[in-house]
Design a protein around this ligand. Sequence first.
Ligand SMILES: *Cc1c(COP(=O)(O)O)cnc(C)c1O
Length: 401
Amino acid sequence: MTERFTGSFTQQEPIPDDAIAAANAVMRHGRLHRYNTVEGEVAETALLEEEFATLVGAKYCLAVASGGYAMTTALRACGVGHGDKVLTNAFTLAPVPGAIAAVGAEPVFVGVTEDLVIDLDHLAAKLDQAQALLLSHMRGHICDMERLMALCDTAGVAVIEDCAHTMGAAWNGVPSGRWGRFGCYSTQTYKHINSGEGGLLICDGAEDMARAIMLSGSYMLFEKHRAAPPPETFAQIKYETPNISGRMDNLRAAILRPQLKRLAEQAERWNARYRVLESGLAGTPGLRLTDRPDAEQFVASSFQFLLLDWTPEAVADVLGRCAARGVELKWFGGSEPVGFTSRYDSWRYAASQPMPASDRVLAGVIDMRLPLTFSLEDCALIARIIRSEVGAVYQGQVAAE
Ligand SMILES: *Cc1c(COP(=O)(O)O)cnc(C)c1O
């Protein structure tokens, strides 16, 4: 009998009961706006910022409306503006070059390796072209951060980390988001904590955070922030910084705080699922798994493998066969952007040079979500399905040669 998978790749776990209770409390008192507090009250949003800063060991934290907003705010706070060039990953998702375009700057794309991290040799060759790097830890793959920071520090290039897929992850024990000048996180439904939409921004620079807080739309209420620099830091900045509203509200923060407490536990559950898939797919002819170095403490909320140097027809065949058995795979090699996937050359508002080595990798990247609603048995079943369909198509290809 042919096995089929019947689960949903887009179904996350429900919001936990304590988070629902906290959200209800906010709705009952009605003070959803972060600056709407009564005497002695500390807003949920301010508490979330304080707790997240403590969790990652950052001095300052700001909760905002989305991960994309966190990135544009970081770029603006670094002084990036109209006509500037910003280095970024060729392998990432649309909100990343979109954040660069939002501040009027232009993305300069840096290639991807077979292990799905930024190509540091390619980066080194391009460092003289920009003042900032918006580094996307795409799908949770973390590059050699010591080498990246050494390169960027020497070149005077500011690093802003896009940690949409690395909340809770680390490189050599240092949390993702703590290497660069800013770390940006998303709390959108498909990320590691879920408030529908939302974002967090961290940094250690007092003036950087003062600018970010003013940008986010704090009016003159910055003293209500806790994970923030002292009021003196705002003395000039409050006059010079435009308000580009993008605050988080207390309802979202209330839902996120209990989830944050469980982040480490959830990360273990994700990684257990990842390991089942990885071992189920190991040694499949024609399929390449990505190497995960010991220094990389990842949180595997998704899974990738490569069908390197396969024809587009054969890749499409695998995708179709897996889909027929309930396994929804995404392909970054498609010529048209579909769903959440797109490629650097589909963002036609941004000029790009062809990158043959990266194109070869992108043409083979297969991507899959790993929601925690999947059991370990589900993951084993998914691996068996992929293994058999990749095997069938691969054997057909070899036979045809
Ligand atoms: C989701 C995502 C973002 C931005 O998050 P939003 O909260 O949706 O704006 C940034 N980078 C990557 C790689 C993402 O997947």
